[in-house]
Write a new protein. Structure first.
Length: 252
């Protein structure tokens, strides 16, 4: 299952059997990562008359209802419809699913007010090339596995400098994947400046650009170029639970 691809005039190959899942599995209850005071994920067994959707309880099949808040209950991908009045579905924005992606590890910069920000300066210090791939994945430090179940609500987690997301928009980066709850400060008075800059909402909205939040990239995965497969479900909302998969690529 080897495929070949070209980026900036160089030829790469990837083995599709060596995918690395950087999504966070969604499970029932409070063990999920959670933000913005979303209700915990619930799996409800369906019961109707003599029917019970649980083999453990004597039913013939397992049949459950899933209650989830895409923006708050785990890895999800969102489109510019997150910020506009007219409903926009992620399905109308994400039409391609494979991209060259660059994984970059950055530490937040502590501010005098206690906030921690992923800055434009730290990005430029790490990334020297002017040519960026279609997808950028930011892994923040410290990178501990409690990101798999961290409860972010009310914690003022790190967020992004709008100047950085504006640069990514200028460089035509279509997909930004982060391991934080949001590009913006948890409570910012509704400014959402980093989101708006990435989607260029004040001018011509970048309708194909998407943001994926609450990923988790283990420390064993090195920074560099990958093939990204960004998977969503066919959900007619501005956001969908998603499953980004990375494939190591090598020159040949």
């Amino acid at each position: 299952m080897i495929i070949q691809l070209t980026f900036e005039g160089k030829h790469y190959r990837a083995n599709l059997q060596h995918g690395i899942d950087i999504s966070i599995p969604i499970q029932e209850g409070k063990k999920n990562v959670n933000c913005y005071y979303a209700d915990p994920v619930t799996f409800q067994t369906i019961e109707m008359g003599n029917f019970i959707g649980s083999v453990e309880k004597g039913g013939s099949v397992n049949y459950q209802k899933l209650l989830i808040t895409p923006h708050g209950n785990g890895t999800h991908t969102e489109c510019y419809g997150h910020l506009v009045a007219t409903p926009v579905s992620i399905n109308t924005c994400l039409k391609n699913f494979h991209f060259i992606a660059q994984l970059i590890t950055l530490p937040p910069t502590q501010q005098s007010n206690g906030d921690a920000i992923i800055t434009l300066a730290s990005f430029k210090e790490k990334v020297k090339s002017d040519n960026l791939p279609e997808a950028i994945i930011i892994r923040t430090l410290p990178n501990t596995d409690d990101k798999l179940y961290r409860q972010y609500s009310g914690s003022n987690p790190p967020y992004f400098d709008p100047a950085l997301t504006a640069l990514l928009a200028e460089k035509k980066v279509k997909h930004l994947l982060i391991d934080l709850p949001s590009l913006d400060k948890e409570v910012d008075g509704g400014l959402l400046a980093a989101h708006k800059a990435f989607w260029n909402l004040s001018h011509q909205p970048r309708k194909e650009a998407c943001v994926t939040e609450l990923t988790y990239v283990p420390n064993s995965i090195t920074d560099g170029l990958y093939l990204l497969n960004l998977q969503i479900i066919s959900l007619e909302m501005d956001a969908s639970p998603s499953k980004p998969i990375l494939y190591p690529i090598e020159l040949f």
